[in-house]
Design a protein. Structure first.
Length: 359
């Protein structure tokens, strides 16, 4: 019963994290990370319900609904990492990798009300630690699915480290840790299902909660984590500079004019391509300029100007709300504004205003 409560709590926590991502950030990255949280939630809630006799025997149709989540985690996590690192040009059609998950959903719907007595027998055997064929092999092989993506991610990190020699070891270790944890969870479930070892299966499920909390805490502890990692990776791309013959002082002067006089950063839809066009540079040239010459990426550069403008407004207009100031300087979400402000200034906008309040 205690394990069921813990797993249910973890599943509901994952649902809340997913809702938070979708509410505070309306972009592809948010949808991907929310899908990842929901996949974990599906697996944890499924495991919790199976442990509750009153639920599992009354609603045996829940059997097998961990499958879509298990088959969804690997592709979604890898795609999320690729997009956040601006590696979306990797030549693979990631949506095809979601096919097993969708096929499992269709299959489970087709047999939803079929073989009810057989499902009850399977649940009963599962509680005893005995799973008949072909269910034992099906569950074991399915649990191997995330391992493939974890191994691919780890090999990619190792290869990238060797080729580009990343200077920031902490960031790479965090990402390596996430991929390794996913692989360990998958391996424990595989061995647990294969040997009918409920202890290993339970430990793997508990690690899912740990993985969930790690994702959330990393985002809170290192709000600029993926931005930093993206900067480290992008700097390694510019062995052959595309800025030869360009006047860096002129580019710097034009940027300062656009930011300080025209306040271009206030445009919440501002993109790298738009800014590059105004500077008569290509998108790749401007990206190289930011990463190599200024040692920061486009997003961080723009957010720096937004935060500095916000600091001025917070002190000049004490009656203005934090939300109205966030919108005025170019942020489209209060949560993103607060997170960015905390990363840049080390305290929240409200705390900054109070700390600098004139006596």
């Amino acid at each position: 019963m205690i394990l069921a409560i813990i797993l249910m709590f973890g599943g509901l926590l994952a649902v809340l994290y997913a809702a938070g991502e979708l509410v505070t950030k309306r972009n592809l990255e948010a949808r991907l990370i929310a899908s990842l949280f929901l996949s974990i939630a599906l697996m944890l809630i499924h495991a919790a319900l199976l442990l509750l006799d009153d639920v599992s025997y009354r609603i045996p149709q829940i059997l097998g609904w961990y499958l879509p989540g298990m088959l969804f985690v690997g592709p979604v996590l890898l795609r999320y990492v690729q997009i956040r690192l601006h590696l979306s040009n990797v030549s693979w059609n990631w949506k095809l990798h979601l096919t097993p998950s969708f096929v499992s959903i269709i299959g489970l719907l087709l047999v939803f009300n079929i073989g009810t007595h057989e499902k009850i027998a399977v649940i009963s055997n599962l509680k005893k630690g005995v799973l008949p064929n072909p269910y034992d092999w099906l569950t074991a092989l399915t649990s191997l699915h995330p391992i493939g993506y974890a191994i691919y991610g780890i090999l990619f990190l190792i290869r990238s480290w060797q080729e580009r020699r990343f200077p920031n070891e902490v960031l790479m270790r965090i990402l390596f840790f996430l991929m390794l944890t996913l692989g360990v969870i998958s391996f424990l479930l595989f061995i647990g299902f294969l040997l009918h070892n409920t202890i290993l299966i339970s430990f793997g499920a508990m690690l899912c909660i740990f993985f969930l909390l790690a994702l959330h805490l990393i985002g809170r502890r290192f709000p600029g984590f993926f931005e930093d990692l993206q900067l480290v990776i992008e700097k390694g791309k510019y062995k052959n500079s595309q800025l030869r013959g360009k006047d860096f002082d002129s580019i710097k002067q034009q940027l300062e004019t656009l930011m300080k006089e025209e306040h271009l950063y206030r445009d919440d839809g501002l993109t790298l391509a738009t800014l590059a066009n105004k500077l008569q540079l290509s998108k790749h040239q401007l990206s190289e300029y930011f990463n190599v010459q200024l040692n920061e990426n486009f997003s961080r550069y723009i957010n720096h100007h937004r935060i500095e403008a916000a600091c001025d407004l917070l002190l000049q207009y004490p009656d203005k709300t934090v939300l109205s100031i966030a919108y005025e300087v170019g942020f489209n979400s209060k949560s993103v504004f607060n997170t960015t402000f905390l990363r840049v200034k080390g305290l929240s906008p409200s705390a900054f205003r109070m700390q600098n309040k004139p006596f």
